[in-house]
Design a protein around this ligand. Structure first.
Ligand code: PAF
Length: 287
C-alpha cells in the first residue's frame, strides 16, 4: 500500500496508473467498521484492474468555530493498518497546508439541501464538506467515489455537488454497518454511558417500524410516520429528539404525502451530550 502526502506525489502516482479504474473513499480517519465496509465496497467496484484510493484528512473548513477541530481523533498508524487489511491500494493523507492556501478566497455554497436537518445546527458545515470533496475529486481524478449512507444528508448533497458542477464521477452509497442490536456504527457510540448505549438502538427500531408500517399500508401519511417514530423514541429514557423527518431521498424536501417520490426517514437523537443520527429507506414508497 502506498502512502502519499503531497499533491505532487499524488499526480505522479496517478500518472503511473493512468489506465486503471480509480475508486475514491474520502475519510477523516479514526476508522471503524463503517469505514472498512466502504473500502470493501470500493474494492469490489475497482475489481482486478482498478485501485482503491482512500483519503485521510481532518478537514478544517467543515468545522464551525465552536466545534473542536483540534480534538478530533487522529490515529494514522492504526488507520493505515485497517486500510491495508481491506484492500486499499493507496492512502492520500495530506497536511492542511497541502490542501488549502493560507489566503484561499474561493468557496462553495450549497443553498438548499443543507439548510435543515443536520445543517440547521451546523451552519457552513456542508459548504466545507463540498469544498474539500470537490478538491479531492479534482486532485484524485477518480472514476467512482463511495460515501456512507449513514450520513444521508451528506450523501445527497455530494450527489447534488456532482450534478450541479458536472464532476465526471459516479457516486455510490455504501450501506450502514450496524452493531448486532441494530445501532449504526459511529465513532460517537464510544461516548455513550452504558445505560444510553443500551437505549440507543431505539433509533433504528423506530425508523424500521415506521418504514415497515408504510410499506404494509398501516401508516398512510408522513405525519403518521413522524408520530409513530416520536412515540417510540419518547418512551425511551435518556433519549431526546433533535429532529425526525420524512423526506424525498434525492432533494431532501419534506414529504407531505407518499407515492410521488422515493421516501427516506431520518432521525437525530441526543443521549446526554452525544447526538446520534440514522436513516432508512422505504421500499415501494413510489407508486
Ligand atoms: O464523512 C466524512 O468523514 C467527511 O465529511 C468527508 C466526506 C471525508 C469530507 O471531509
Amino acid at each position: 500500500m502506498d502512502v502519499i502526502q503531497t499533491r505532487d506525489e499524488l499526480q505522479r502516482w496517478i500518472g503511473e496508473r493512468r489506465d486503471r479504474k480509480r475508486v475514491l473513499v474520502p475519510t477523516m480517519g479514526a476508522l471503524h467498521r463503517g469505514h472498512t465496509s466502504l473500502f470493501d465496497r470500493a474494492a469490489e467496484i475497482a475489481g482486478a484492474n482498478g485501485d482503491v484510493l482512500a483519503t485521510i484528512f481532518v478537514n478544517p473548513t467543515q468545522f464551525g468555530p465552536n466545534e473542536d477541530f483540534d480534538a478530533y481523533p487522529r490515529q494514522l498508524k492504526d488507520d493505515l493498518a485497517q486500510c491495508e487489511a481491506h484492500g486499499v491500494t493507496a492512502i492520500f493523507a495530506p497536511e492542511p497546508d497541502e490542501m488549502y492556501e493560507a489566503n484561499a478566497s474561493i468557496s462553495i455554497n450549497e443553498s438548499r439541501l443543507s439548510t435543515h436537518l443536520c445543517g440547521a445546527s451546523r451552519p457552513g458545515h456542508f459548504d466545507g464538506v463540498c469544498l474539500v470533496v470537490a478538491k479531492l475529486f479534482i486532485l484524485t481524478q477518480a472514476n467512482v467515489a463511495v460515501f456512507g449512507e449513514k450520513d444521508f444528508q451528506q450523501l445527497a448533497i455530494i450527489r447534488r455537488l456532482v450534478r450541479d458542477l458536472n464532476f465526471p464521477i459516479e457516486i455510490v452509497g455504501g450501506e450502514t454497518v450496524r452493531e448486532p442490536d441494530g445501532l449504526a456504527m459511529s465513532s460517537r457510540n464510544a461516548y455513550l454511558s452504558p445505560e444510553d448505549r443500551r437505549a440507543a438502538p431505539v433509533i433504528q427500531q423506530a425508523l424500521r417500524e415506521a418504514s415497515l408500517g408504510i410499506t404494509d399500508g398501516k401508516i398512510a401519511t408522513p405525519q403518521e410516520a413522524l408520530a409513530a417514530m416520536r412515540n417510540t423514541i419518547e418512551e425511551t429514557r435518556g433519549a431526546t429528539i433533535d429532529y425526525l423527518a420524512v423526506v424525498d431521498a434525492a432533494s431532501l424536501e419534506p414529504l407531505d404525502k407518499f407515492g410521488m417520490a422515493q421516501a427516506r426517514l431520518l432521525a437525530a437523537v441526543f443521549f446526554g451530550k452525544t447526538r446520534l443520527i440514522d436513516n432508512i429507506g422505504v421500499p415501494g414508497s413510489v407508486s
